[in-house]
Design a protein around this ligand. Structure first.
Ligand code: DX5
Ligand code: ZN
Length: 228
């Protein structure tokens, strides 16, 4: 996985058909997804429950690009090895999930994965300033985590501050929540390079009609790139 700041579209399979993950992953990759975003929720850190390590391990052989696993769970540390064994390329933990994010990021890298840190809308950019050398990705939540299909919360000021703080470090800025062709240009102009999109990619399509996924991915990408 080499580093670059080109726009990457990461469809969230939270909006896929839960009875058909393998085919859904293959369809979005065939239609131009750069990464596959996997939302792990525990019904405790967030008020919703999705899937855990055995499911993520089952997704792995279908993902030919990058498996980007977003943990919305607490605690994180007891599960890091399980997600490494499941084949996550990037493992992102929330800053708000515990008092020792510094240790968590070290442990994620020690387990052989790229380490991400996610920020809820109420958490300032400055909270990750002293973690940037341990981090490969900062995920700026533009909704309160837990559900797909929520309204975008404007965090462009936070994205700009992060972009300045990151400087030349090889750290991605990922945006998660309410990304669509209208909101993508705002965050791309502010310095984000990875755009997670659930509803905006999966709406109107299916594994039987995957061309719609492609149209949706191209629409988000074109909107983002038009702002650069
Ligand atoms: C929200 C998840 C997101 C979600 C995005 O808690 O982390 O990845 O699936 O969904 P949309 O793009 O529909 O807002
Ligand atoms: Zn997510």
């Amino acid at each position: 996985m080499s580093f670059d700041r080109s726009i990457k579209i990461a469809p969230s399979i939270l909006s896929a058909d839960f009875a058909n993950f393998g085919a859904e992953i293959q369809a979005i990759e065939a239609q131009g997804a750069d990464w596959v975003h996997v939302d792990v929720m525990d019904g405790h850190f967030v008020p919703n429950l999705t899937f855990g390590p055995p499911a993520v391990k089952a997704f792995r052989p279908h993902v030919k690009t990058v498996m980007d696993v977003h943990l919305m769970i607490t605690p994180v540390d007891p599960y890091i090895q399980a997600y490494a064994d499941a084949g996550a390329d990037i493992l992102t933990a929330h800053l708000e999930a515990g008092p020792h994010t510094h240790r968590t990021l070290q442990a994620i890298r020690a387990a052989g994965m790229k380490a991400g840190v996610a920020l809820n809308p109420g958490t300032p950019a400055e909270a990750v300033e002293h973690l940037l050398d341990l981090t490969d990705l900062v995920c700026v939540m533009t909704v309160n985590p837990g559900f797909g299909g929520q309204k975008f919360i404007d965090m462009t000021g936070k994205v700009r501050r992060l972009r300045d703080m990151i400087g030349d470090r090889p750290v991605h800025i990922e945006i998660d929540g309410g990304v669509d062709p209208e909101t993508a240009p705002l965050v791309a102009a502010a310095g984000a390079d990875v755009l997670v999109a659930g509803s905006a990619v999966f709406k109107g399509g299916s594994v039987e009609n995957p061309g719609v996924y492609g149209d949706n991915i191209r629409a988000v990408r074109a909107a983002a790139e038009s702002a650069l």
